[in-house]
Design a protein around this ligand. Sequence first.
Ligand code: ZN
Ligand code: ZN
Length: 278
Amino acid sequence: MKLTFWGTRGSIAVPGPDTLRHGGNTTCLCLEILGQRPVVLDAGTGIRRLGLQMVEAPGPLDICLLLTHLHWDHLLGFLFFEPAYRAHASIAVGGWPRGMEGLRNIFDARRGDGNFPVTFGDLPARIQADEGLRPPRFRLGPVQVITMGLNHPQGGIGFRFEQEGHALVFLTDNELHGPGPHSPDDYARFCQGADVLIHDAQYLPEEMDQRRGWGHSDWASVVDLAQRAGVGQLVLTHHDPGRTDGQVDEIVALARDKAGPGLPVQAAREGDSLEVGG
Ligand SMILES: [Zn+2]
Ligand SMILES: [Zn+2]
C-alpha cells in the first residue's frame, strides 16, 4: 500500500507563505493498492490537484472515494474534482454512510439556491454509493478495511487498512479524551500494532481546555495513543489553520521528545508519500 497526502490542513484551506511546507489544503489522501482502483480518502481542497493528475494519467478513471464525515473541510474540494466532470469516469462512494448525501448537498439543489452553478445531477461521471464499502468492515481487493467511530461533533469514522500482516490506520477529526462514545482504550485496541498511525493532532495540550468538545486531539494524547498501541510510526495531521510551518515543526520536536527513539514521529506534508507492506 502506498499513501500520498494531498491535503493535511484542518478546518479551512490556508494558502500562503506560512503554510508552504506542510501545505494549506484541507484533508485528502490517496491510497494505492497494487492492481486496484485508487482509493481517495476525503474530499477536502487537496482533492482538486489529485483529480487533475488522475485525468492526465492513461487508463480508465475508476475511483473509490471513502469519506470520514461530512464537515466542509472534508467535502468541498469535490466541487472541483475533475474526474466528476468526465463522462467515462466512475466514482464509487463509501465510508461514512451519509457520504452521498453530503456530496449532493454541496452542489446546487434544483431549487436554484445559488450555492454553485452546477447541480449534482448534471455531473457527467457515474457517481454512486457502493454498498460494499460500508462500515464496520469491507474489502478493497487484497486489503481488509476495518472502521471505527470518531469522537467528533455529528460523528464520523476512521479506517484501518490491513494487508498481509501490515496495517495503516487513519484517524482524523477525533478527540481521544473528548466527549463521545469511545475511550482512549478503544482507540488503542483499534490501532494495535499498526505499522503507521495517521492521527489528528490539531491542538497543543494547553489549548485543550478552551477547545474541549470541538472533536480534535492534542499532540501529546496522540503520542500516548501511539505508544500504548505499539505502532511503528506516527504521522500528525489536520494541522490547525492558525499554525505556521514553524509552529508545526515545534509540535513535531516536542512530540519526538516525548515519544523517544522507539517511535518515529512526523507531520503530514502535502506531497509526501509513505509505503506500508506490499
Ligand atoms: Zn476536519
Ligand atoms: Zn470534522
